[in-house]
Ligand binder design. Structure first.
Ligand code: SAM
Length: 237
């Protein structure tokens, strides 16, 4: 049940451990039992992951680079990062998501032929507010949509404090979506599903970064019919 004032996170956690886990596992997977909207979101999300990998690899090899994947879901990014030789710490508020990510990592990161197996990511059930440590890179994809800008500011500040070189965020930009939310309400947590998705203006995200001494270095925009994501890479200003 939602408490007055602070219940969003509990609602999100409950959703991603239950119906949200089932829905998103399917969307992020490869099976054919997805509808048209889900298939389109799968495509958009895979483009986001591809873009992030490209952003990261453009700066050089990922071998030995420490990466924190905050809100890792089923491991869509953590697993390919590990394949590139990154030392990945992946965490999520949902124990179901973390268990699925770990299972997939074990399946996908086995030794192939004579090649040594890549290092498995370290998986943890943790909300991103309680993450600690220092990482070369911190990535947080498609998580901000579950938080209003008032809470997102604190999350961005916290994630930046963990990052030494760069922070990569994706979020649903305020310029799209309005209509759409009504149609894909089932993809968001909480009783009034269509209102449980929060859009963020790029300027607000930029301001939150600036407040803690960071600036946007690269931007991307990923759009399909039902998926919209603004991708930003920030670095210390
Ligand atoms: N980042 C993954 C990806 O792009 O494949 C998953 C994105 S999914 C739409 C959102 C994820 O954020 C869910 O797995 C959810 O459990 C997680 N999440 C939501 N709020 C969180 C929080 N406060 N801390 C950590 N994870 C959170």
């Amino acid at each position: 049940a939602e408490e007055v004032g602070g219940g969003d996170k509990e609602v999100v956690k409950e959703y991603f451990n239950n119906s949200g886990f089932q829905r998103w596992k399917k969307i992020y997977g490869e099976t054919d039992d997805v509808n048209k909207v889900q298939r389109d979101i799968r495509l958009g999300h895979s483009k986001t992951v591809e873009n992030v990998l490209k952003m990261l690899k453009d700066e050089g090899s990922l071998e030995g680079v420490t990466v924190c994947d905050a809100g890792c879901g089923t491991g869509s990014l953590a697993i390919p990062l590990a394949k590139e030789g990154a030392i990945v710490s992946a965490s999520d508020i949902s124990a179901a998501m973390v268990a699925e990510a770990e299972k997939q990592a074990k399946e996908q990161l086995q030794a192939v032929g004579e090649n040594a197996a890549p290092m498995l990511p370290k998986f943890e059930v943790k909300d991103l507010e309680s993450l600690d440590g220092k990482y070369d890179t911190v990535v947080c994809l498609d998580v901000l949509i579950h938080y209003p800008q008032s809470k997102a500011d604190g999350m961005i500040a916290h994630l930046a404090s963990l990052a030494e070189k760069r922070l990569i965020l994706s979020f649903a930009p305020k310029t799209f979506y309005y209509d759409l939310l009504k149609r894909v309400g089932e993809l968001f947590p909480g009783p009034s599903k269509a209102t449980r998705a929060y859009l963020h203006a790029e300027a607000d995200v930029e301001r939150a970064l600036k407040k803690v001494g960071w600036r946007i270095n690269k931007r991307g925009l990923i759009t399909t019919q039902f998926y919209f994501a603004r991708l930003v890479e920030a670095i210390p200003a």
